[in-house]
Design a protein around this ligand. Structure first.
Ligand code: NAD
Length: 500
């Protein structure tokens, strides 16, 4: 019998077993086979890691920012050198196709590149003579131990939205990745060590709710970054705040792409295909609702259905595949359940991918692309996040009706409009109640030097991820006011000091 691979934690610069015997199962979604087991940490394992990170903070936080940046430069080189291996790890545990997985790694790498500029990014402000011979300056200092809790759908990129900036700012980090695809985080930790990061600065604790609750309860953890589904994001937000932690908690999404009658329809259809079915719809920026405005609906659905039927579904390592499997069997059943529900709710199922079977991969977690027409705002398949390759077309008469539909939705992560009308595009960007907006761009994910974050129930907290929002989230502001008296001592003053 083959011995099952065991994925441990990474704490204090090395692999760490912890004391818990609990383990989770990690599958290869392409074959449906279990390939490894992952350790699920206990509260005491987590607390042990935090103790080590707290100790490491004492010296790491005092290192000049330039030295911290040099570790980031080296880390960037190592990611580039090991990009194939990291990408294969993503494919083997998540299922997405190889080039898409590589693209997600590159988007994470871009945050490392941003963090390489940390000496510049941490520069404060200085005002000479705020009062006579009085100067004032501000600086941003690290918080201490901070934690990241991440979802299954981007096992490299989402953790990399967080930790490069957090550690470049001088914090130490505990990452609790998704237990469904944990291997990539361990490899990133090993590469950081190889890049010269001191032991204990970056730690990976694998686990489930038990370790998440231990993070929320540990008073040495000063800030929590979370990305995942909305109910858990709300739980993290409430409990972090209750335990006096800074928190940013990004949740789920239901993103709309508005197709105006004047748009380049080929551009919109191609944009929708990639945005709805790429990564099998398991993206928080997936476009899962196409809003057809005016009389464009019939032509839009006809072109989409031909392409959705022709989608090449297969294992992520097969170069011909455009879409891979879903992450687990449970998730596959959930997505199929939503397609069944849409049919019951009265939407028209134009393309049905439920019965897809792949020769040689009969046990893989595959579903073909699904396309619904005539979906309306009262259906659950419209209101809820499906997180699979299911695109719903909603037909409306006017631009105003499309905007109202989107603004009334509980989620506000991403949105796009396809149009040739500059006025419609500009009005849309100004008025729409969504955090990330695309104009003739299907997936408007901000670059690393901007910030990523939705509105409404897609983000709880005040800060988006990375960019300057990330620098602010992982540092606290200190403002110093100073005077160096030259011999003449002033008398005590009992009134509010004002400029003299
Ligand atoms: P999830 O909420 O199930 O899990 C996210 C993390 O929370 C994991 O680390 C998991 O171990 C932990 N967790 C799960 N249940 C928990 C519980 N009861 N108590 C405490 N911790 C718990 O999310 P997922 O299924 O891994 O990821 C998919 C979701 O993530 C989708 O809703 C997607 O929209 C969202 N997502 C959002 C963004 C964004 O930027 N807004 C980005 C990526 C993914």
């Amino acid at each position: 019998m083959l011995l099952m691979k065991l994925i441990e934690h990474f704490v204090g610069g090395k692999l760490f077993s912890g004391s818990s015997d609990r383990k989770g199962k990690v599958f290869n979604p392409a074959t449906g086979e279990q390939e490894s087991e992952v350790k699920l940490a206990s509260k005491s394992d987590l607390n042990q890691a935090v103790g080590i990170a707290k100790k490491a903070f004492e010296t790491w936080s005092l290192k000049p920012a330039l030295q911290r940046a040099r570790v980031m430069f080296k880390f960037k080189e190592l990611i580039e050198k090991n990009s194939d291996e990291l990408t294969k790890l993503i494919v083997s545990e998540h299922g997405k196709v190889f080039e898409d997985a590589r693209g997600s790694l590159t988007r994470g790498l871009e945050v490392v590149e941003f963090a390489c500029g940390i000496p510049h990014l941490l520069k404060g402000e200085f005002s000479e003579n705020v009062g006579t011979n009085v100067d004032s300056w501000s600086m941003r200092q690290p918080l201490g131990v901070v934690a990241g809790i991440t979802p299954f759908n981007f096992p490299a990129m989402v953790p990399m939205w967080m930790f490069p900036i957090a550690i470049a700012c001088g914090n130490t980090f505990i990452l609790k990745p998704s237990e469904k695809d944990p291997s990539c985080s361990i490899m990133l930790a090993q590469l950081l060590t190889e890049a010269g990061l001191p032991d204990g600065v970056f730690n990976v604790v694998n686990g489930d709710k038990e370790s998440v609750d231990a993070i929320l309860e540990n008073s040495d953890i000063k800030a929590v970054s979370f990305v995942g589904s909305t109910p858990i994001a709300k739980y993290i937000y409430e409990n972090s705040a209750k335990n006096e932690k800074r928190v940013q908690a990004l949740g789920g999404a239901k993103n709309h792409l508005v197709v105006m009658p004047d748009c380049d329809l080929d551009g919109a259809v191609n944009g929708l295909m990639g945005a709805a079915y790429g990564s099998a719809g398991e993206r928080c920026m997936a476009q899962s609702v196409a809003v057809a405005v005016g009389d464009i609906g019939d032509e839009l659905v006809s072109r989409l259905s031909k392409k959705a039927e022709a989608l090449k579904v297969g294992p992520g390592m097969d170069k011909a595949s455009e879409m891979g499997p879903l992450v687990t069997k449970e998730h596959l059943e959930r997505v199929k359940g939503y397609v069944d529900l849409g049919v019951k709710e009265g939407a028209k199922l134009v393309v049905d991918g439920r019965d897809l079977k792949l020769q040689g991969y009969e046990n893989g977690f595959y579903i073909g692309g699904c396309l619904f027409d005539h979906v309306n705002k009262d259906m659950r398949i419209y209101k809820e996040e499906i997180f699979g390759p299911v695109l719903s077309v909603v037909r409306v008469k006017t631009f105003e009706e499309a905007a109202k539909l989107i603004n009334d939705h509980e989620y506000g992560n991403g949105v796009s409009i396809y149009t040739r009308d500059g006025d419609a595009g500009r009005t849309f960007a100004s008025n729409i109640q969504v955090g990330m907006v695309g104009i003739n761009v299907p997936i408007p994910v901000p670059m690393a030097f901007h910030s990523f974050g939705g509105w409404k129930r897609s983000l709880f907290g005040d800060s988006a991820m990375h960019g300057m929002e990330g620098i602010k989230f992982y540092t606290k502001l200190k403002t110093v006011t100073s005077r160096w008296p030259s011999g003449i001592r002033s008398n005590a003053e009992f009134v509010m000091p004002t400029m003299k």
